[in-house]
Design a protein. Structure first.
Lengths: 100, 175
């Protein structure tokens, strides 16, 4: 039952849940968490395939993904806080500063 | 069904359930704590999938450092102000997003199903030890032999992120 297909299906389901969250939530922090969830579903697929194929290179790739996610979170949360400092509002629907 | 299968089922279910909880909870702090639980379930899955190093890394970097950053941001932002209206977009948008997410899932499953099985044949010999044996050594070899250049690039990326955050914070102080 717990073959590589099970974990790929779980990873796809987590990716879909994360995409749904990004599209529907108004709070940018929760949207960020959902983006992280999509990162993590990719990691889960990599780990499952690594085990199935017997290769450690997938684990190295997950290492890089985690590092990139950490950098992304640091910059993203910095931007959100900077916006909140000037706007006093973090509802993503009310942000139209970059509108052309 | 052995202990490993039971644990796999529990943590797989936990990861999915906590993911759904993150998406559906109104309160941002609760969502963050549920996300920590989701990450811990994934860390347990990594350990069960012969990736103990990544399991530890997941707990330390994700559940530790990144989530502390998230909770810090929640503390900096006043949640009361955002909590007044609905946490979700309008019903039409939710329905559309649901449809899109279901389509995405179907597309991924379809794509994985159509992927040629020959390309996914295990590279290691059938009797060879799994990826869990000497895991740290093998990951280190993959990281520093074939991925050394990428490793350096990631270092530059992290440095760039640190500098970028400092620049943003400094501008705020000047105002």
């Amino acid at each position: 039952m717990f073959g590589v297909g099970f974990f790929l299906a779980l990873a796809f389901a987590l990716f879909a849940v994360g995409a749904f969250g990004v599209l529907t939530r108004r709070d940018p922090l929760v949207m960020f968490m959902c983006i992280e969830m999509m990162f993590n579903s990719g990691n889960l697929a990599l780990v499952a395939l690594s085990r199935y194929l017997g290769l450690a290179s997938g684990h190295a790739l997950v290492f890089f993904v985690v590092a990139v996610a950490a950098a992304e979170v640091a910059v993203g949360l910095g931007i959100i806080i900077a916006i909140f400092r000037t706007e006093k509002d973090v509802n993503v629907d009310h942000l139209s500063e970059l509108k052309g | 069904m052995g202990l490993r299968e039971v644990l796999l089922a529990v943590f797989a279910f936990g990861a999915l359930a906590f993911a759904l909880a993150v998406v559906s909870t109104r309160n941002t702090v609760y969502a963050a704590l549920e996300f920590v639980a989701h990450l811990l379930c994934l860390a347990a899955l990594y350990c069960l999938l012969d990736a103990p190093l990544l399991g530890v890394l997941q707990v330390m970097v994700y559940a530790g450092a990144i989530m502390v950053l998230f909770l810090f941001a929640v503390m900096m932002l006043d949640i009361q102000e955002t909590g007044r209206e609905s946490a979700f977009q309008g019903p039409g948008q939710v329905a559309g997003a649901l449809l899109l997410a279901a389509l995405l899932f179907a597309l991924l499953v379809f794509g994985a199903d159509r992927f040629p099985a020959a390309a996914l044949a295990p590279a290691a010999a059938p009797g060879a030890p799994g990826v869990g044996a000497d895991n740290v050594v093998r990951v280190a070899r993959a990281l520093f032999e074939r991925g050394a250049l990428v490793f350096e690039a990631v270092g530059v990326l992290l440095l760039t992120a640190v500098v970028a955050v400092m620049v943003m914070a400094k501008r705020r102080l000047e105002n």
